[in-house]
Design a protein around this ligand. Structure first.
Ligand code: FMN
Length: 268
């Protein structure tokens, strides 16, 4: 067989493909544990950031274990599940929003007229993170939120003070909006502008608005308004609708109503 025969070229090419595919699959398998540990660390860091818990110089995983308690609620009724009711799928450590939303047993379709966050489906249950204070009362609640922007579904967390009105923080851990435009939802300065704003009024109605343009501080509603991202009206609208959806009746509204009725800061 001559060096440049077609048969030889094909054999060499197939050999190179085979060696490369073995190398790539070995790397993928051996790195998957590290990747999932990194994803978990990223999730924990985002929960801590949303809860405004400073982890500089500390081990975020240890801090998370010390200060955060996960609970699982039934979204529709707002009822907190007893741990004996957990199945493998809805245990906080296994909870996977996308998987549960698309599973016919664990997710539900959202009626188009209610789907202001444009997510089509959601899980029947959700994990909520309680930030505990030293005297074992709940200091703040961290809620997973997600909704569609311009290009992508944006996944994040919003934290509310135990007054059930005031925002303590917001973070996004996954989205595909354009860097420098919609991607500015990750801008620390913009995220810090949420802290102290009122998301709900005393009656539990969602009053928060992410507006187009800058908030006029002389406006009586300015304490519940957030500046829109410039050149990114669609992403801004997506964040606005996501917050209204998840803090409203279709989202955590029933859970928040129960807390409001019970008095939210009882010993646990
Ligand atoms: C390449 C490209 C990327 C864009 N990315 C975003 C984006 O991530 N989010 C967004 O809301 N608008 C984005 N836009 C702009 C939108 O198309 C639209 O013009 C904008 O949301 C209108 O905002 P404005 O009314 O503040 O100008 C992008 C536009 C271009 C050309």
């Amino acid at each position: 067989m001559s060096h440049d025969s077609t048969k030889k070229i094909i054999i060499v090419a197939l050999g190179v493909c085979l060696v490369c595919s073995v190398l790539v699959s070995t790397a993928a398998v051996s790195l998957s544990a590290i990747q999932s540990a990194n994803r978990e660390l990223d999730r924990i860091q985002n929960i801590l950031q949303a809860g405004d818990i400073d982890y500089t110089g500390k081990d975020p995983i240890e801090l998370y274990k010390e200060s955060i308690k996960s609970i699982v609620i039934e979204i529709e009724s707002g009822r907190i599940l007893d741990e004996s009711e957990y199945t493998e799928e809805i245990k906080p450590e296994n909870f996977n929003i996308k998987k549960l939303a698309s599973d016919p047993n664990f997710g539900v379709t959202i009626a188009p007229e209610n789907d202001i966050a444009q997510i089509r489906r959601k899980p029947k249950h959700m994990v909520i993170y309680e930030v505990m204070s030293k005297d074992n009362t709940v200091d703040r609640y961290i809620f997973p939120v997600w909704g569609f922007g311009l290009w992508s579904t944006m996944y994040g967390f919003i934290a509310l003070n135990n007054d059930l009105q005031t925002v303590e923080g917001i973070t996004f851990y996954a989205h595909g909006e354009t860097p420098g435009l919609g991607g500015e939802i990750d801008n620390p300065r913009w995220k810090s502008s949420w802290k102290g704003k009122k998301a709900l009024n005393e009656q539990g109605e969602v009053i928060m608005e992410v507006i187009k343009g800058l908030v006029d501080l002389s406006n009586t509603n300015s304490n519940s308004q957030i500046d829109g991202l410039s050149g990114s009206t669609i992403t801004t609208k997506g964040v606005d609708q996501m917050i209204k959806y998840w803090l409203g009746d279709q989202g955590y509204g029933s859970f928040l109503d129960i807390l409001r009725e019970e008095g939210n800061n009882e010993e646990v």
